[in-house]
Design a protein around this ligand. Structure first.
Ligand SMILES: Cc1cc2nc3c(=O)[nH]c(=O)nc-3n(C[C@H](O)[C@H](O)[C@H](O)COP(=O)(O)OP(=O)(O)OC[C@H]3O[C@@H](n4cnc5c(N)ncnc54)[C@H](O)[C@@H]3O)c2cc1C
Length: 375
């Protein structure tokens, strides 16, 4: 069995980003995924345009809508319509197309993709990783990147990521047609969802609708919420393809590397615990992991610790504040809506946070103080 330089488990946003950056630097990389083809995933597909800076090719082919306005409601009334600042554009993408585009670009740079390859065993022998699939195929590599998403068993097995995993509970739906959603406008509903929110993001000819709760590890009561939410968006309550899933969210600073092994994306619990933004950290972690692996393969460094350090600085420090905001906001959401969302500067701040221009730390102390004083 020949040894590969880097093996990536999972061809999602995180794995494809790592594969592209590694292959683009001439590293021999194989990416495996248990699925065949790029299928519908539970994801709103919303992401800040600022992610473009991490890729030398255009992401334009997968942008279906550019969001200019955001409409917020509390229990389907008390509307706030906010114009997004033109400086921080927000895109809605068809998620499966995003994964496919980046994987395709990785393949063009020399990466190999093996689909229908479900990893069931990983072990190390004589400095090499041996990865076994469900149907008994084996691959050998110098380095392994764990990018298998929120249900990853491997992060825990290799002591990577937070010790205590925290999950958001979600239901997502893709519905054909645009309903009552106006062009270039996305919707956020607070109030109907206990400890969370609902969203509607427009695509070219359909809408991604979702419901998520962020505190308490309990299942979201989606049926009841959707019976009210869907008609308000102009859809039959039973329309669309539904998908219930658990999303691993950020839960404390943690070690994201071991000896020749790294964890990225949802498997590393990087997703924002307040707004469920997971695409940007998935793409960023793929990019940062690749930089660190390239140095390690060249022998410039003997360990992969610079990846853990750079993710703490570029992502974790902001998420530590995001988690505190989430815990206060979702406990007192009515006050949060009045004092946070309805403030004239709120949409601009949210857009700046989602684009990376600002971190939660820049606003956290003021927001938490306001929420606690009024609760
Ligand atoms: C309902 C919902 C809505 C969301 N909306 C947004 C949004 O609008 N914007 C945003 O930024 N984030 C959103 N997120 C978060 C975002 O979807 C995730 O953070 C993102 O998918 C993380 O990408 P990933 O590559 O880490 O994981 P994934 O996309 O889950 O990729 C993991 C890959 O690994 C493969 N895999 C799994 N196990 C194995 C195995 N054993 N062997 C081989 N392959 C395996 C899977 O098939 C999959 O392709 C949402 C999440 C949910 C649940």
């Amino acid at each position: 069995m020949n040894s590969i330089e880097v093996l990536i488990i999972g061809a999602g946003a995180a794995g494809s980003s790592a594969a592209f950056h590694l292959a683009n630097s001439g590293v021999q990389v194989t990416i495996v995924d248990k699925k065949h083809g790029f299928l519908l995933k539970p994801c709103g597909g919303g992401m800040a345009a600022s992610v473009q800076k991490w890729f030398p090719f255009s992401l334009e082919p997968i942008i279906e809508e550019v969001i200019q306005k955001v409409e917020f409601t509390w229990c389907l009334s008390d509307h706030v319509i906010a114009q997004l600042p033109g400086s921080s554009p927000f895109w809605i993408t068809r998620r499966e197309k995003l994964d496919e585009l980046i994987t395709q670009k990785a393949i063009e740079q020399g990466a190999t993709l093996l689909q229908s390859f479900e990893v069931v065993k990983i072990f190390k022998i004589e400095g090499q990783w041996i990865i076994t699939s469900k149907d008994g195929q084996q691959l050998k590599s110098k380095c392994v990147v764990i990018a298998d998403g929120s249900s990853s068993p491997w992060a825990r097995e290799f002591n990577l990521g937070p010790k205590n995993l925290h999950y958001a509970s979600t239901t997502s739906i893709r519905v054909n047609g645009k309903g009552l959603l106006k062009e270039g406008t996305s919707r956020f509903e607070f109030g109907l969802v206990h400890h969370g929110f609902a969203w509607a993001f427009p695509l070219k000819d359909s809408v991604n609708i979702g419901v998520g709760t962020f505190i308490g590890n309990h299942a979201v009561e989606s049926e009841k919420i959707l019976n009210e939410l869907m008609p308000s968006l102009g859809f039959d309550p039973k329309a669309g393809i539904r998908n219930d899933s658990r999303l691993r969210v950020w839960n404390g600073h943690s070690n994201l590397h071991g000896d020749g092994i790294l964890v990225i994306g949802d498997a590393a619990s990087l997703c924002d615990p307040f707004l469920a933004e997971g695409l940007r950290p998935a793409l960023l972690s793929g990019c940062e992991a690749a930089k660190c692996i390239i140095n390690w393969l060249k022998g410039n460094t003997t360990e992969l610790s610079s990846y853990t350090k750079s993710m703490k600085k570029k992502w974790g420090d902001s998420m530590a504040w995001g988690r505190r905001i989430s815990q206060v906001f979702y406990r007192f959401p009515k006050i949060g809506y009045q004092l946070g969302i309805k403030r004239p500067t709120a949409p601009q701040r949210i857009a700046q946070i989602l684009s990376g221009e600002m971190g939660y730390g820049d606003i956290a102390q003021r927001v938490i103080k306001r929420l606690i004083l009024k609760s």
